[in-house]
Design a protein around this ligand. Structure first.
Ligand SMILES: [Zn+2]
Length: 351
């Protein structure tokens, strides 16, 4: 009954709005390949078979703003879809990329881009330092991309992992060239705004949240923001604290999104299903609840083992949960309650 009423309504609306407007507002996003839902299991010692992973156009956000993602069921770290999402803005001004996927699938990522544009690869912005988002940076740098990122991301790439230790071996072609900082006095303000291919693209530095060098990328005309990994709907939250991440910062990031995103803005996580800003709220409530419970227990003198054993995340069991994902989350909250080291050169010296 309800369905037929809705259908009638949409037909009426369609008849009264000129068709180009209709196409723009109603056609996108086009979900080409939905993310996998699992459950996924992997044998012990499983290694990701990179040669079997495909990189595909999975979502179209506007006529010239596409999203790439990998196959489901093969990548143990990201079983719902391999690697981190890549966004591609294309047209006469060339190609702008958000993130570059894993190094092992660089050729396939470029091949997927070449199915819809021959334009030169001009600009690359990294949402955060993790290898499923920056792995093919050098490959795309060598294609001609000028690489943008937060200064902390660049520092995290080049700073030794331990004091006095060797610097990570990184191909210089993959290291960001244009850097900017998170400014606590101007939350949500773009550090860089580009006009390309009919879009206005904002690189918005974020507070230390998923890492200390996060950037979200807003496409104003398409009304889309790539929100990377401070939010996830597959497994429990992940703050990469040694790379400057912070659980508290993830809560602040969600609050900022209630301001910088509109109710109809599509938010594109690095992994998992596309969401709207209201979908961030239950996630925020869970974060606040777990932080309060872990804080109370740590203040009472409980050890990390005791807090883990309390299974505080039980009310929030969700898709993609694993013991590893649960424990990593609670461990991060516990570490942040006290003696939380500052970010130095893009890194936090976590115990
Ligand atoms: Zn990711």
């Amino acid at each position: 009954m309800r369905k037929s009423a809705l259908l009638f309504l949409s037909v009426t609306v369609m008849a009264t709005i000129p068709s180009p407007v209709w196409a723009q507002q109603e056609e996108y996003p086009i979900i080409v390949v939905p993310t996998g839902e699992g459950p996924f299991t992997f044998p012990q010692g499983y290694q990701t078979p990179w040669d079997q992973i495909e990189i595909m156009v999975t979502e179209k956000m506007s006529p010239n703003l596409f999203v790439l993602h990998g196959s489901q069921g093969l990548d143990r770290g990201h079983p719902d879809a391999s690697g981190g999402r890549v966004m591609v803005l294309f047209g006469p001004d060339g190609v702008l990329l958000v993130d570059t996927q894993n190094r092992q699938v660089a050729d396939k990522t470029l091949a997927a881009i070449r199915t819809f544009t021959d334009g030169p690869i001009k600009v690359l912005v990294n949402s955060h330092v993790h290898s499923d988002h920056t792995g093919a940076n050098a490959f795309f740098g060598n294609q001609g991309a000028l690489i943008f990122a937060q200064e902390n991301l660049r520092l995290d790439m080049v700073t030794p992992r331990r004091p006095g230790g060797p610097a990570p071996t990184r191909d210089p072609a993959g290291i960001p060239v244009v850097t900017y900082r998170w400014d606590p006095s101007a939350p949500g303000e773009p550090a860089i705004t580009l006009n390309m291919n009919g879009e206005i693209v904002d690189f918005i530095p974020m507070m230390p949240s998923h890492t200390g060098g996060d950037t979200v990328v807003r496409f104003r005309n398409a009304n889309v923001i790539y929100i990377e990994d401070f939010y996830r709907n597959f497994g429990f939250p992940f703050a990469a604290q040694s790379s400057g991440g912070s659980i508290q910062g993830m809560i602040e990031a969600i609050d900022l999104f209630q301001i910088i995103a509109g109710p109809d803005t599509w938010l594109i996580p690095g992994h998992g299903k596309l969401i709207r800003r209201e979908d961030l709220l239950p996630y925020r409530a869970m974060l606040v609840d777990i932080v309060a419970k872990v804080t109370a227990r740590r203040d009472r003198g409980q050890s990390l083992e005791e807090v883990l054993a309390a299974n505080l995340t039980a009310p929030y069991e969700a898709q993609g949960d694993t013991q590893q994902s649960r424990d990593r989350f609670v461990r991060a909250v516990y570490a942040e309650v006290r003696d939380f080291p500052p970010i130095v050169n893009g890194r936090r010296a976590m115990p």
